[in-house]
Each structure stands twice: as C-alpha cells, then as structure tokens.
Ligand binder design. Structure first.
Ligand code: 6MZ
Length: 370
C-alpha cells in the first residue's frame, strides 16, 4: 500500500543499508486488526462492487451508497484523526463492504497476502485479530470460519494465528458466544491462539469481562488486552485489567506507577504501535512515546502496525520509526536498544517470546549501524 504518514517520513530518512537490514530482519506482527489492515486497493474494489450491487431479496444493504462513498473518501484522504474517538467512526463503511462471506474472504486473503507473501514479506509470523460479526449474511461462527479458511492457505508455509477480539461494547450474551466459539475452534485444532480486548477505550464495564478472560486462560488461550490507551482510562480500570493476568498488552500508553510496577513484575510484553499512537494523538511526539520507558527498562516489546489502512504504514515502516534519526524516528542509541531480557516461553503462541526473539536482533544491528 502507499505509505504517507509519520512512517513514510521515517522510511525516507533511512540509509539504503538500514532499509536492507529491516527488510531482511525476521519480524513478527502481533497486533494487527483484520478490518483495519485491508490494502486500500482491495477496499476500493470491494466498495465499487458494493456501490454497484442491488440489495438482495433476503438482506438489505447495511449502509447507504452515499454513506459508503463518504466513508471511503475519508479513508482515502489520509490520516485526519482529531482524537481517538474519531478513529472508530472509520469502521462502519469498512464493515459494510466486508459484510458478505465472499467479501470477507477476499479482504482476509488480501491482508494475509500483504503480511506474509511476496519477495519480501512483512513478517514471518502473524497473529491477526478480528471481532466476530453477525449480520443477515453470516453468523459469528461463519464469520470466523471464513477467516480461518483463509488462514489455512498460509498455515503450512508460514505461521499465522487468529486472535478473537472481544469489543468493549459487547454485552454478556455476545461475549459468551464469542468465548464459546474461541474455545470450540481451538479444541477443533484451528489456529486460534488467543482473545483480545479492543474497541472504543471509553466504552464498557470491565467488571463484566473478567470471567470471560479468566475462562479463556483456563482453556489455554492467550490473552491480550488493549489497556490505558487514552489519558481518560481510569487508573482503577487499568489495575483491574492487569488483574486478569494478560500475556500481552496493547498500547499501555498511560500506565501510572502502580500499573508500571505490575507490568514489570509480570514481565508482560507490550505491543507498541507508534504510528497509531501519533495519529490518534494519544502521544504527541515520538520522543515522548512510552517505548522509551520500555527500552530503558529492557522490557519485552513487540513492534506492530495496529491498522495499516488508516495509519498508512507497514511493519517495515514501523521499524523505520525506531531506526530513523530524529526528528523522523527515535534514532535509537546503543544504550536504549541494548538487548532486552528474554521472556521465558514454552509455546510458539507465547507472544512475549515472539517479541523478545526479535528485539535483541534489532539491538545488535542497531549497534552495528551506529
Ligand atoms: C482499540 C481498535 C484499535 O476486529 O473488525 N480496533 N480498538 N484501539 C485501536 N487502536 C487505535 N484499532 C482497531 O478490526 C477493526 C476493529 O478493531 C478494533 C475496533 O474495535 C475496530 O472496530 P476487526 O477486524
């Protein structure tokens, strides 16, 4: 996809040697939302077909053609997000054009291909996450089976797993259904590696979610939680989410000292999404990004894209934000990029292990480059 955003500037600021290094570095993508990662050309194609199609006798179109056109135009216009709540308004148009099994399959195939295929794949290991949706065309189970069928096409060549996202706006009946599906599909041997908490960071009562995440852990599923993504998330809620003993955390931007202590003690891997945080304006500059804290403390991190579509990025471009000199990137110094502690791991789907396996390599190469 075309890149235009902070990541694009960082890529441009790299030397040819650094770009070669990043291309050949084995990378894992651990935090990518399916519907936020559709290549723009594929989304446009799906939108054109949606606009040209007539409503079927059994189902009406989820959004009017005008609303779709406006939504796609907004996405094409590039990242113009005033605050994080704006970001979530981008999804109704995307959801409408991926609302049939065939459109969802095409979108999934394109996302997997953009991460895993080609001469220079973005990553060697991908955990794609998605929120099961139900509509007139498919049940949540069918939704997940469509996505998994596409994952199977890649399973033997490269590793790809699925994380089932639980949206903060879900009620208990939907949470129950999603969790039962996650457990059932895992028991069937499907590559369902975990469950996630996502969605508008200000929505929902996290007390409701506790039992579902604890049940997920009991069933051997990994748990990753979007946490403290905005300054408005109460400290109490953050501690409550940490009490779920997550394996990984998404963003973890606004942790207070108590929360930082718990995260350090539990050695929980942090999924870092630099462009996402800059463009959603939860972090004002790269220099003030919390990645600095984790690098300083040699804490396990994973560099991730979040949503390449609205954030105009790629996995390589997110790594470029680490290596590029300031002000385009973090311009990591040797001290800051010193080898982090390796997280102990036994399973391939232990996320911290994936992250920790990668960061030392960056550190070594950064030392060679500077
Ligand atoms: C919280 C996010 C997110 O699940 O339909 N999502 N939730 N914070 C973020 N960072 C800015 N980025 C994406 O993918 C889209 C859904 O992922 C969640 C939102 O709930 C969004 O609707 P799926 O494949």
């Amino acid at each position: 996809m075309s890149i235009a955003g902070p990541a694009a500037a960082a890529l441009e600021a790299l030397t040819a040697e650094q770009i070669t290094f990043l291309k050949t570095l084995p990378k894992a993508e651990l935090h990518a939302h399916l519907n936020g990662s559709i290549p723009i050309a594929v989304l446009q194609e799906l939108a054109r077909e949606y606009l040209a199609s007539a409503p079927s006798p059994t189902s009406s179109k989820p959004l009017s053609n005008d609303a779709i056109q406006a939504g796609i135009d907004k996405l094409l216009g590039g990242p113009a997000i005033d605050e994080i709540s704006d970001f979530f308004t981008l999804f109704p148009a995307i959801y409408a054009v991926t609302s049939t099994p065939s459109a969802l399959a095409r979108a999934t195939r394109a996302v997997l291909s953009s991460f895993l295929e080609g001469e220079c794949p973005q990553c060697m290991y991908l955990e794609l996450r998605t929120t099961p949706r139900e509509n007139q065309e498919m049940t949540r189970e069918q939704y997940l089976r469509v996505v998994l069928a596409e994952l199977h096409r890649y399973g033997s060549v490269r590793q790809a797993g699925l994380i089932i996202s639980l949206d903060r706006r879900m009620g208990e009946d939907v949470l129950r259904e999603c969790l039962d599906l996650a457990k059932m599909l895992k028991a069937e041997g499907e590559p369902v590696v975990g469950v996630d908490l996502c969605g508008d960071p200000m929505a929902g009562d996290m007390t409701l979610f506790q039992k579902y995440f604890s049940e997920a852990k009991g069933a051997g599923l990994g748990v990753t939680l979007h946490i403290a993504e905005t300054a408005k998330n109460p400290a109490q809620e953050t501690l409550q989410l940490l009490s779920f003993c997550p394996d990984r955390l998404g963003h973890a931007t606004f942790l207070d000292e108590d929360a930082k202590r718990v995260v350090a003690e539990q050695n929980t891997c942090i999924e870092i999404c630099l462009s996402s945080n800059l463009l959603c304006k939860t972090v004002s500059t790269l220099d003030s990004h919390h990645i600095r804290h984790y690098l300083r403390h040699r804490h396990p991190i994973a560099i991730c894209t979040d949503d390449v579509l609205p954030f105009r990025t790629s996995l390589i471009a997110e790594y470029a934000l680490l290596l590029a000199p300031q002000p385009w990137g973090l311009g990591l110094s040797e001290a800051e990029s010193a080898t982090p502690r390796r997280a102990e791991h036994t399973q391939h789907n232990n996320v911290a292990a994936q992250a920790a396996a990668i960061t030392p390599q960056i550190a070594r190469h950064v030392q060679e480059l500077y």
